[in-house]
Design a binder for this molecule. Structure first.
Ligand SMILES: Nc1ncnc2c1ncn2[C@@H]1O[C@H](COP(=O)(O)OP(=O)(O)OP(=O)(O)O)[C@@H](O)[C@H]1O
Ligand SMILES: [Mg+2]
Length: 240
């Protein structure tokens, strides 16, 4: 049984079908990337998986349990947690306090939550920034807070929505290294990413979403050579 199983998931916003009959499975231990043009439905899919909205139809099973109808908190407690495309830090709170918000899910005692948050900050390279107000960090720092808050919930699987978006190439490479360590620590990763370098470096398998539907799947090398993907996602400028 796969860790995550999505069966014919559909999400309509009025007349717009943002996700249409999406079926996919992610095995424990995989790193799978979802790519696709703006508006393809990637964030909508993550919202549906993590319980932020009710899909119009279909099923999502995690660790064998149906997720549809559960709250984001209940789903996080089961071990499935998402990050946000637009980082959602509490700017006036310290970096450490922002990450404690995640740790409190499993560690209601503040001291224990603080210890977990400190450890996770070290893992994402923010060990020295714990006492800084979160609002003072740049985009790369905000993205790491977002990742750390999710990691502090001790997830089995992370849904990372454009966690490398807005980073310069060296920041993106550093983030990919952090994600590789997170994965080596036993966390399954499903990543939505426009930064192809991160996808190529990390993903074992790539799924391509276009107009709400999965149109291709394969290894990163297969997918970037697929003519339908080149047309839909990369655009004409990438064609030979
Ligand atoms: N809450 C909503 N209400 C109405 N329409 C929505 C809502 N959320 C998303 N949509 C629409 O659904 C479609 C898919 O949006 P979504 O944000 O999932 O795309 P995406 O693949 O994440 O794009 P991007 O790469 O720009 O982040 C878009 O047409 C968007 O305008
Ligand atoms: Mg999105």
């Amino acid at each position: 049984m796969a860790l995550l199983e999505v069966e014919k998931l559909t999400k309509r916003f009025g007349g717009l079908v943002a996700n249409r009959d999406i079926s996919l499975a992610v095995e424990a231990g995989e790193i799978v990337a979802i790519i696709g043009p703006n508006g393809a439905g990637k964030s909508t899919l993550f919202n549906g998986l993590a319980g932020h909205h009710a899909p119009s139809s279909g099923h999502v099973r995690f660790d064998g349990n149906e997720l549809i109808g559960r709250t984001p908190e209940a789903i996080a407690a089961m071990g499935l947690v998402r990050t946000y495309q637009i980082p959602r830090s509490f700017a006036a709170m310290t970096v450490l306090e922002n990450v404690m918000v995640g740790a409190l899910l499993r560690h209601p005692a503040l001291d224990a939550a603080r210890d977990v948050a400190s450890r996770v900050l070290g893992e994402v390279g923010l060990g020295e920034r714990g006492q800084t107000p979160a609002g003072e960090l740049n985009v790369a720092g905000q993205k790491r807070i977002e990742l750390a808050r999710a990691l502090a919930t001790a997830p089995k699987m992370l849904l990372l929505d454009e966690v490398a978006g807005g980073l310069n190439p060296s920041e993106a490479r550093a983030l990919a290294e952090i994600l590789r360590k997170v994965h080596a620590g036993g966390v399954t990763l499903l990543i939505v990413e426009h930064v192809l370098e991160v996808v190529m470096r990390l993903a074992q398998r790539v799924l391509v979403l276009d107009f709400g539907q999965l149109i291709a799947a394969g290894t990163p090398e297969e997918v970037v050579r697929n003519p339908a993907v080149i047309e839909a996602y990369l655009g004409k400028k990438y064609r030979a």
